[in-house]
Design a protein around this ligand. Sequence first.
Ligand SMILES: [Zn+2]
Length: 1001
Amino acid sequence: MLQKGDFLKDENQDLLPDVLDVKIVLPEDADDAMLVAACNLAWRFGMETTGYKGNITADAAYTGNRLVLEKAEQTELVREKEGESVKVSLRGDGEELIAFTSRLCMEFPQINGQRSWKDLLMDMVDDFVLRSADGQLAALKAMQKEQTGEYEVYGSPLWNDTQKKEAGDAKVYNYKSGQKMYEKVYELPWEVEVFEKLLEEKVYPQIGKGSKVKITGAVSENIKVRQKIKEKIEDRIQMLGAKPEDTFVICAYKQGYSWIVEEMLPVMKEAQADQVEIYFKPFLPEGQTDWLDENGATPSYHNLNADTPDKWYDLPIRYLQELYPVEDILVKELGIERDKVIFKAYEGKEDITYLCKGIKDEKVCCEDTYKAVWSERPYMDEYPQMGKVHPATGYVKAEIDGQEVFYQTVCTDMEEIWDVYQKEVLPDCRRYIEEKTGGKISADLQPFFHELRLDVTASEPDYATGSREDLISSLDALHEDMYFVGSDYFKNYGVKKADVMLDAPGLILPVIHEKEGRPVFKVTLTEPLKEEACIVKDGKTVLLQRKREEADAWIRAISWENDNFTFHIRTNGVQSNVLHTYSTLWSKGVLAECESVAAGTKLLFESEQGEIQYAALTPEREEKPKTKRIEEIDLHEHELIGYDTYREIIEELKQVPGIEVFRTAVSYTGRELYAVWIKPEYEGYLSMTKRISRIPGEMINARHHANEVSSTNAAFILIKKLLTEDVYKDLPDKLNLVIVPMENVDGAAIHYELQKEHPTWKFHVARFNSLGKEFYYEHFQQDTIHSEAMGLTRIYDRYVPDMIVDNHGVPSHEWEQQFSGYTSPSYKGFWLPRSLLYGYFWYVTNPEYKDNYPVNKVMEDVIADKIAEYPEMRELNREWSAQFEKYAHAWMPKLFPANYYKEMINYWIPFAADPNHRYPSIRFPWITTVAYTSEVADETAQGEYLNLCARAHVAHDEATIRMLMEAVHVMECHLEEQDGQILTSYIRQRPMIVKVTGKNK
Ligand SMILES: [Zn+2]
């Protein structure tokens, strides 16, 4: 009754109550104590609303919503429904009544950790329908008491050790954990052996004594392996009495880069070239000359077009792309300026891919050409109408005495693996789904499987080039290809088969290892142990999870005994024996929910008609004092933070004064999401309604995409700054700020495992959750199975933020996918990082919200000014923008847009207001003025570079916080008396007024 609901109504849709729909009814003979109690409640109601009309009291004849005070022995508050209205009776007398109401007004309905009774009751309902661990344990105990037998619980992942012990000899499983459904192992030929066998069988027999033999070729291998091949070839030729000439075996992967660095660079060095011109042939289908440029500022997210079988995914600059980052190597090795490395499109008629000219003193001093070799295949074998891609392939070429005697292409290991993936693995998985569903596919049957694990071992190049965070790794690329193409496969399958886009079929998880030798590809498909929670007795399922609607729990009454509350919880749809064990377990402190309420709190669980009651007493527990200083906590500012470390930090932060750390949600697999609220230290009751009405709110969300790692570090660094720096002393009084350090906890756990083996790969698979789902679309959906999405939903409802800053990231190096047209089809514009930090403003276009846009514009300014204060960030921003210009934007300006404002790139994405939109600034434009997405190049950043990325996030966060702290607010402040009625309101108008301050004013 003291929060949004029957009495406190939100009629202007700002998520805050603005109408008080209750009257206090006092008896004729009300004494002082009763008047005090009534005043307390009137005060508290006033605290919870932004507007009021009418008169707070009414006489006994009033039949609307009312709070009726009655003199009685027993002090209590009882809620009853009377037709359409709600009657709450407050009974009691004297000091007891005053003590009871004042405590009620100070605390209710808050419980521990920024939660309210509403949240707890919802959790209890989940317990009663067997959805969560507490309820599963209670149901098990109730059954064990009645019938002996062998019990198995297929329960929630959240069962703790104490609960398992309590379960006695019953076996407890996490019903969501995986069981193997099938496994297949493919052993494939190694390209090096194929390459050498071809020489052995087709070339060496042709070699005569004294002849000059030139063997060239390419395999997708690291330099060590290729060096060995080269030595072996030269030995063999010499053994045959012939003379090897210019043998080279370059890397099939990024052939252009390999050719320039390994073949041309030594020649140019020798010739002391002071300028390099590299001509690349535009990559276009026969007969096509136009370069198609398309908008690439935002991702298209999905690749579903399937009407152009002749379409090439590859861009015209494909062979320029393959050169990246060769400029850095040439500059370093030749000691020349960056502008002395010049890329040009080759317009000549020769059948070549590259022409490289070394220039000294304005004259060509060396020159050579190279033809890169590729193969052609459909993007998707099963959907050839989607178009074609052109992965690199290997080859062997032999010339004897100047005559070509042999030429053959050689499949790379990557191609062999890809073939199996397309021809066997994906169709196998599809057949599995069809069999399982009986061919009736629909989106709500997802996930179809728990995990499709693609375990690949292959011998491939995988190394850092030494420039920035650049990598040459065909395996990092394969990881992306497998994940994204696998996802596209199921999306397309759904569209073709049932006209639905299947975007969460299950987790497609590539796990890739680099090892010299033959490639091995192991595929394992797992399923959850059970579809839903259940209890099995003697091999038979005896109890199944039910729907939420099948049970209910609410507070019927609160009574006052021994200076403490007793909550009378009325239930519906719960067996009385389960209610009994639940209350017993509550008193024992075995239920996780116990922690929600204060020790000593009494609960009385009542059956449907109230005829049966079970009492439970919340046991004492150890509370850690809030005396820790944040400086004492290791925040791992220079290390990647995985889920476990994050939880350790969170536990420590709970002990720091000045902040409130609270759980907001539990993920699908049972991991916990926390928020950190920068809390004002006022005395007395703190009304969130009044607070939100007075000052703006901001939510900073980190790690929505879990492979975008630095925002978690940034969140912790920021919290420390806010608590320790003088400029933020007034923050709690000027801004209602809540920070979520890790939203995608399940993704973070997946990422952490993967990065152990490959610390700097991109790992986009880990940006989504454990079911491979983008749960951004699940925000504001109350009953989602992707329960981690509830975190943001709950915070939004409670903090009603004017601004949401979502801290994201992009790859720290090239995002190439050779089996998808070299760039990811849905994220083409993201091929190269464009700056250390850039941003997106998702703004609303409706005229009625026209004042939102200027706030966004000011924010753009303050962020740019702030970043300019850090030379190291500015420097890297400049370096990246120069690379982006040289390899991408200059050639295809639409696909690779780069509009600078004060040396920063921001993309402005307009939308018309839409109540179902995924961005709160578009969904609730009257509430949220700014939704800003920041992107730093941190997939995957480690060590000092990670720290730099994190500091870039902190910098824009700080700029924004300062802007909000200095904002000016217009209040709609109204008070009027009319015929004994009061009309009053106190509402902060959104948006706030902000300005650019600081030195760039
Ligand atoms: Zn992201």
